[in-house]
Design a protein around this ligand. Sequence first.
Ligand code: GCB
Length: 791
Amino acid sequence: MYVNGQLAGRHVGGYTAFSFPISKFLTFSGNKPTKAEVVVKLTNRYNPDIPPLTADFTFYGGLYRDVYLVAAEPVHFDLDNHASDGVFTTTPTVSATAAAVVVAGTLTNEASTTRRVTVLTQLLDRTGQLVARQQTRLALKASQTQAFRLALPSVRQPHLWTPDDPYLYRTVTQVLEGNTPLDEVSSPVGLRWFRFDAAQGFFLNGQPLKLIGTNRHQDYPGLGNALPTALAERDVQLLKQMGGNFLRVSHYPHDPAVLAACDRLGILASVEIPVVNAITDSEAFFQNCRTMQTEMIRQNGNHPSVIIWSYMNEVLLRLPTGIKRDNEPGRVYLRRVATLARQLDSLTRREDPARATMLVCHGDLNLYQQAGLTAIPQVIGWNLYPGWYSPDLQGFPNFLDRHRKDLPDKPLLVTEYGADCDVRLHAAVPKRFDKSMEYANRYHEFYLKAILDRPFVAGCAVWNLAEFNSETRQEAVPHINNKSLLTGDRQPKDTYWFYQAHLLRTPVLRIGSRAWTLRAGPAAGPDSLYCRQPVEVYTNQPTVQLQLNGRDLGTKPAVFGVARFMVPFGNGLNRLRAQNPGQTVEDQTDIEFQLLPARLASANLPFAELNVSLGDERTFTDAQLHQVWVPEQPYTPGGWGYVGGHVYKMPSDRLPYGSDRDIFGTDYDAIYETQRQGLKQFRLDVPDGQYEVTLHFAELEAAPAAEQLAYNLAGEKAEGSQAAPTARAFTVSLNGQPILPSLSADTYLRPLRATSFKVPVTARDGKGIIIDFTAQAGEAFLNGLQVKRNY
Ligand code: GCB
């Protein structure tokens, strides 16, 4: 930062506050400073000495939090202590009958004469009544700084702070010269005590309390990291409304408004510095980590919501190039990581003995043990994704039980778990990595049960509260990580209601599918006028009764918070109403259903449009265009479907079908990421009339030339190999007319790029629409097909 052209100070790191004294750069007219120019220069260029080095979130830049100009009297509380308040309130002992409150800090005299002052601390209750006070007199010589420590008289019968009753006292600490206040700092005070127990979990104020909540990133669509504080506070409120009591502030300290909201709303919090995936073995990196940890603690330590300081996230996930867990450089690297962890852990315990230290690991227990990391912190956090990144959900409880056995003295938190959830995608038979809402629902049901069944698990934090930007991700929505309970614009997914049903004690009854109110599906049979699809109701009531357009669909028991119904949806508006038998709580939602005729020439249900995602098992709802894409099906006479071919599957053990590569030139990646290869025909036995056919293609089998990422802040190239485009050529004809005579890499099929063609067609003589695919080289393919009847 420069003031009037002179360097005032430098700060390293993008997630903690910094402050610089600027008085000496100012010019004065009398005792008023004349106009000054303050210039802040920032860079987010990759620097191996500054964490984070890599991570699954976008490293934005700029000054994105509040900036203050602080004007102080010559005698003031310390302004140069790592951008902290300079005054620290602690509660060394708290019980149900008495609480000790201590206020400590440093006073500075920048005047040229000795000043005699009083430092006075008052503890006030929520209504502003004085509870206790303490003061001390100090004489500060010119340019002297002096520490003070004021132990307030014990608070009798304290009103304890809990998630249900987050009662806040506050300290107001003043420097007075005679009766004139020169400076004042206040802090929230929550009187509570806690402990972690390896066998029994977490205790608050002597009572067991399962910590359940989420992680959060500071991210919002269209704003990046530059969130107004109101949005940061809203996130904490949404967590509270879900019934959560825990927030892992990941993977770096957030705006102070977040912890202030946690204090007010009764959310316990863990905060960490951004050491993610790997370290650099340099003194500068180690020093920067220590400074960040110190800044984090001093800037946030006054928040009673904080119970954990953490300092590494999955630090062994990405071993640097050439380093293997069992070679000599690997052993050296692991020792250095452990050295850094020990430094940060003991620094934290020194700085703040009242909070627990935590190190967060990915699910490779052997590796963290081998490195000696599991022995260092007071609590171990595990980020566990069995059933997502690895095949079997059962791996999750197995891992927890293994921790209990192998590390019997170490308290544990499940610091992350989650599954991608794209609210546009729905699967009748959900599969791992299909990104459907239904798979995420199953995943969370399984995980929460395993967590609740194990008292030794102190708590858990879902990854993540809301969707967030991650530039290098290539998913159904590229650059977005959607393992979350809320969409980017903070609309609840079904999983949010699921947790609410488990966590709130007030009656909860919510029809799920809030993000799936536009649906489509085929009629159950040639003369049928309905299609059965699932609807889930999230509740803490024993049973749920559901009505469809006023008609009773029966009563179902809620099993682990969910009552499941198969609803016969008719074409058009379907009003669902759910209630508990006592009718004390109810919910209602409208679902618009586009019923597709089983027989396309049906007079009862005239054909209007069909949108098909080939090689896909999911439906895709496009809220913007008000269209629903249905999964492919084989052709049957009278109906529609493909003839021949097979589902494309990228060589990956995770994806059940399709690809997860970013498809360029479209926002409909999910449609273009799946395809049917080798198909011969697509037929629709539509009645005679005038139609419009749109065919969608994207070559999935070759990687594109590396494209520069929009936020390529690390200077890395886009991921992916430079494989040559697949040799393929095919023609497409429509009702016997060649419409696309030469589709190949030389014409339109550029790798991972969306291409579509819209063609008018007349169906006549009862022959419907027949699209023929003829391969000259390789296999023909089709990703999506839309057919609309014009008249
Ligand atoms: C993790 C990381 C987190 C990622 C998450 C994911 O383990 O700690 O930063 O975003 O997994 O979605 O893969």
